[in-house]
Design a protein around this ligand. Structure first.
Ligand SMILES: [Zn+2]
Length: 359
């Protein structure tokens, strides 16, 4: 068995299919090149397609064609023109093996979705969120940090540490390789009903890169997931998760994402992920993780939390009210203190409809 976290050389099976990318090939071919982000085929060697970052079924079901999403640089981008290089074969593989099953899982009322969430469904959901995260960040390399080019020509992804994405990419392509993903590899996941749908909007997606955390709202279902914490972050905020006894608002869902992201950033004894490969064909590929039995966290830093919170709520600032204050600048200043919560009252009790958005 090969047990290094990341191999020096890309490992292929006898048919030439990549089982595991080396870090260099991942960075050069996938992150910085234009190879298919799933199989690694170079441009021109196969028929290429365009893989939407936000899948087409989501665009159709939540009527997002023509709608805009806010990117990490604050820029707005049309959901339907947001895609990454992908060969036609992998595009249809992802459709059949990931997107269609996930669409069946997430459509419908919250109680219907919750009833479908067995272990197999949770794994599929986790893989799908890793896939969305990878696609978002591969796309970032093409997007400028500053909308105004006079402020600099850096791209959002220039600030990334690409090897950090290697593990998440390995999870995202698990269905393609047939990789076994153990339960321990799955990160913290919180799933709650969301009721205060923003006027006419039933889909929401935020991505807190620094904390490798994503939040998605698909209809009535809100999901927050940490991708690389092996369920450690949820220890740090267990008291908050346990206090929630009703549906969340969009604001509360995003706050939960900010809190889980910061808990992940504060985790001191980080899990170590790797891929194990059997030497004999057919190769058995398995993602593994090593964790300390007891997670340890740095002290909560309000200013860091405040920064993440202001980022998580950046497109809602002018629709929130805090202590009678309104207006984006005042709301941002409140959030940056790191002392604002929409989830709990001063006794830590859940606030129903906290942070309700103003129309
Ligand atoms: Zn491909």
């Amino acid at each position: 068995m090969t047990q290094a976290p990341v191999p020096d050389q890309t490992i292929r099976d006898s048919n030439g299919r990549v089982l595991l990318f080396s870090c260099d090939d991942f960075v050069n071919d996938i992150c910085l090149g234009n190879s298919c982000f799933i199989c690694g085929a170079a441009p021109g060697t196969k028929e290429f397609n365009y893989e939407h970052v936000v899948p087409r079924w989501v665009l159709r079901h939540y009527k997002l064609f023509g709608a805009e999403m806010t990117l990490p640089n604050g820029e707005f981008h049309h959901y339907d023109s947001y895609g990454v290089p992908c060969c036609k074969d992998c595009n249809s593989f992802l459709g059949d093996h990931v997107e269609i099953p996930v669409s069946r899982l997430l459509k419908g009322r919250f109680d219907q979705v919750a009833a479908r969430l067995d272990d197999k469904a949770m794994l599929l959901l986790f893989i799908w969120l890793n896939l969305l995260f990878v696609k978002t960040h591969l796309k970032d390399r093409l997007l400028p940090v500053h909308r105004d080019s006079r402020k600099g020509s850096g791209k959002i992804a220039d600030a990334y540490d690409w090897p950090d994405l290697h593990h998440i990419h390995a999870v995202a392509r698990a269905p393609f390789v047939g990789t076994e993903v153990g339960r321990a590899v799955i990160g913290s996941i919180a799933i709650f009903p969301v009721t205060d749908l923003r006027a006419g909007e039933t889909f929401d997606w935020i991505d807190l890169t620094a904390g490798q955390t994503v939040a998605i709202r698909a209809g009535e279902t809100g999901i927050v997931a940490v991708l690389n914490d092996a369920k450690m972050a949820q220890w740090a905020i267990a008291h908050i998760l346990h206090s929630i006894d009703g549906p969340l608002t969009t604001t509360q869902l995003r706050e939960l994402a900010a809190r889980m992201a910061v808990a992940n950033m504060d985790l001191k004894n980080r899990p170590v992920f790797g891929t194990a490969l059997s030497k004999e064909a057919p190769h058995n590929v398995r993602l593994w993780v090593e964790t300390d039995p007891q997670p340890a966290f740095n002290d909560f830093d309000p200013s860091r939390f405040g920064t993440i919170m202001a980022f998580a709520l950046r497109d809602l600032l002018d629709r929130l009210e805090i202590g009678g204050d309104r207006g984006a600048d005042k709301i941002r200043a409140h959030l940056l203190t790191g002392r604002v919560t929409f989830i709990g009252d001063e006794h830590g009790r859940f606030v129903s409809r906290g942070g309700k958005l103003l129309r």
